[in-house]
Design a protein around this ligand. Structure first.
Ligand SMILES: [Mn+2]
Length: 337
């Protein structure tokens, strides 16, 4: 109960604008990342999101270069644009399986994270179900992932034809084990499948996240728990059901949140292979269908000056989406809704 009181107190402080560092919607834990609206305003101009890159390194590089977040250096090298501070990029999981360079995608995010931080920007990478499956059972890594590891063996300091276990013990596994499953950014939740498997009342939703945090502290269970088909990284197609969308709106509201940004289903919300929003303005899905190479992907781009309203983030104004979509050629488009 003590923590619930602290959360309520924190919410009052935040609402009264008492500049102190407000606690997040849930208790701090390595399972989640919190960036308050105050921190957003102080540290960032633009919020970006990408999801479900699935081993398509060239497509990811092209998106980041098109966004001017990264620049090309030499043949295979893409680095964070050191002249690009105040950018927050959220990667919403599923970096591996699909395209030919799963390991390259993970190493790219690893390197860019450090470079972005040095430039006054930040990358928040979240875990997807494919990473959770690998970390739970590295021995089941498929031949495409292992072949990608073989090609990248020098960077990983691995022998020829590495095993899944060796890959898990390399920098690749170390980076993935450092990833949280959820990010509370302003008043939006970011998570791979996004579904909160709890009742709608506040104690149940807080209990759900406390449960995730508690399995997080037991490494053996951490990834196995996420393999549950209704987990926050695994639940496919929940968005198809009006009842579950309504439930999610209630659970987000119970935490004082205004929206969910998720990936995982390239056809989510009825839009195939594109970033889009639901008609009620509560959900943005960012899986743009890169997995099988049918789409070169896109980035969600939110100008924070437009999105931040007091202590909240608004997905829409007068029913129109506040964020836009950046295409691989650098053109900005309105988001579908
Ligand atoms: Mn997925």
């Amino acid at each position: 109960m003590k923590s619930a009181i602290a959360v309520v107190l924190g919410a009052c402080l935040a609402a009264s604008g008492a500049g102190a560092q407000a606690p997040g919607p849930v208790a701090p834990s390595p399972a989640s990342v919190t960036i308050s609206t105050e921190q957003l305003r102080a540290d960032f101009d633009t919020l970006w999101a990408v999801s479900d890159v699935h081993g398509q390194l060239e497509e990811l590089d092209q998106l980041l270069v098109a966004a001017n977040l990264a620049t090309r250096e030499g043949e295979d090298q893409v680095v964070w644009n050191h002249a690009r501070p105040r950018q927050l990029l959220v990667a919403v999981g599923d970096y591996i399986d699909g395209g030919s360079d799963s390991v390259g995608v993970v190493l790219r995010l690893d390197q860019l994270s450090a470079q972005a931080a040095a430039a006054g920007s930040r990358i928040v990478a979240l875990l997807g179900n494919h990473e959770a499956e690998f970390l739970a059972n590295p021995g089941t890594a498929d031949r495409h992932l292992l072949s990608s590891a073989h090609h990248r063996r020098k960077e990983l300091e691995l022998p020829k034809r590495p095993t899944g276990e060796e890959l898990s013990n390399s920098e690749f596994g170390r980076f993935l084990r450092g990833l949280p499953i959820a990010a509370f950014i302003g008043s939006w939740l970011f998570a791979h499948a996004g579904y909160i498997d709890a009742k709608d009342d506040r104690p149940s939703v807080l209990g759900y996240f406390a449960g995730l945090a508690s399995t997080w502290s037991r490494e053996g269970e951490r990834y196995r728990a996420l393999l549950d088909p209704k987990s926050i990284v695994s639940y496919h197609n929940w968005w198809r059901h009006r009842r579950l969308r309504r439930g999610m709106m209630a659970r987000l509201t119970a935490l004082g949140l205004d929206g969910l940004v998720f990936g995982h289903d390239p056809d989510a919300l009825g839009y195939q292979n594109m970033i889009a929003m639901d008609p009620d303005g509560w959900f943005i899905k960012v899986d743009a269908g890169m997995k099988d190479g049918v789409s070169p992907g896109m980035l969600l781009r939110c100008d924070l000056a437009r999105v931040v309203r007091g202590s909240r983030l608004a997905m829409t104004t007068d029913g129109r989406p506040n964020c836009q979509v950046l295409m691989p050629d650098g053109k900005l488009q309105d988001m579908r809704k």
